[in-house]
Design a protein around this ligand. Sequence first.
Ligand code: ARG
Length: 459
Amino acid sequence: MSLWGGRFLDESNKLFKKFNTSLSFDYILAQEDIFSSIAWSKTLVETGVLNEKEQKTIEYALISLKQEIDINPKQILTSDCEDIHSWIEMNLIEKIGELGKKLHTGRSRNDQITTDLKLWCKNKIQILLENTLNLQKSFIFIAERNHDVIMPGYTHLQRAQPITFSYWCLAYVEMFKRDFARLKDTLKRLDVSPLGSGALSGTAWDIDREKLALCMGFNSSTNNALDSVSDRDYVIELLASASISMMHLSRFSEDLIFFNSSESNFIELSDSITSGSSLMPQKKNPDALELIRGKCSRVYGSLFSTLVLLKALPLSYNKDMQEDKESLFDAIQTWNDSLLISSLVLNNIKLNKISCYKAAEKGYSNATEVADYLVKKGITFREAHHISGKIVLYAIHNNKALKDLDLSKFQEYSHLIENDIYKHITLEACIEKRVSKGGVSLKQVKKAIKKEKIRLNII
Ligand code: ARG
């Protein structure tokens, strides 16, 4: 039986019924619907709709229903109910008879669905926050183990200046710190209960909505019922947070795919997260990372589809809004899985120190140092840059590293260059010079790692 049968004379068309139902995906909100229904039943006692005994009967029946769902959540899917709200109500009525029909007094599925969805988001956000922190910990552990591994840093995918692997790790820690803060911020705005908004203009029963909100663990209750049932900002914000974090994960994946390529050979990925080729026995493909890079697109898709879904949608609730869920559920699952897989990849990575060092040596990544050296000898940076460029050009043509050029060759380009040039252009010297805040020097990196370990409580 549908929840709204009274006004209708004819049965629903079968095709429409199938088209209209959301049970196949909103069944995962069963626990949240029971939770908010129990809170609502308590509120109904205050209005006199239920007496204490009736409320307890409803609460116990809902708890026993919850236990049944815990054992087999998919049993819900065998029903032809329209959505999870009608399924819970129908089952409650089956358990306790007529009394169950009182529960929906004063509420609407419009405030019910957004309450359930917010509760679901709150639970997921806690898990995502924890996994974002865990990923940061993985970065710090591997950074500490490899704090002195020198590798090339890139711009335009060209070797630019030497960095260390730990410094690269710390760059990602910064990104995931911002993701963490964004998620916390999303949670702060989301943590407002819409329950008691009714269909769109508030409930006709004199209830204490603030008390109801606190009883469900929300921070407060919403101010305007019309807005409350129309609002899906929190879905968009959560998807935006997911999209930004997935973007970070995709850049991380791409960096590692490149580091793992035969051309770079900076790292080796563990067998446990790579796959082989069915044809070419030598292959070890970075599938986990390629999938994260690829899955980023479906999370962006969810964000875009929800933005479009809500664009110009008139107030207040419209059935269009039922379409917010599948993509949200999928995006959150994808994001969480990607965070977990990224930690797994990092924890099992092996660095090839020698290849990293050799690559950093090869790319003339110390050319800036020659220019800085000349500046210290009193010429302008522009002029020094030009001289250094000429020296690099000579070295490229003669297939030599800068450190392998004779002093006399350097002096052909500038008489200011002396024998001390060699100690200024070692990779170690390039790194050690960058001691100011945010720089790559080992001292700064060690300091940063220590600070992060305190923050992450892993001392
Ligand atoms: N399944 C609906 C949704 O997900 C629940 C709200 C239904 N409200 C309504 N007035 N039909 O949005």
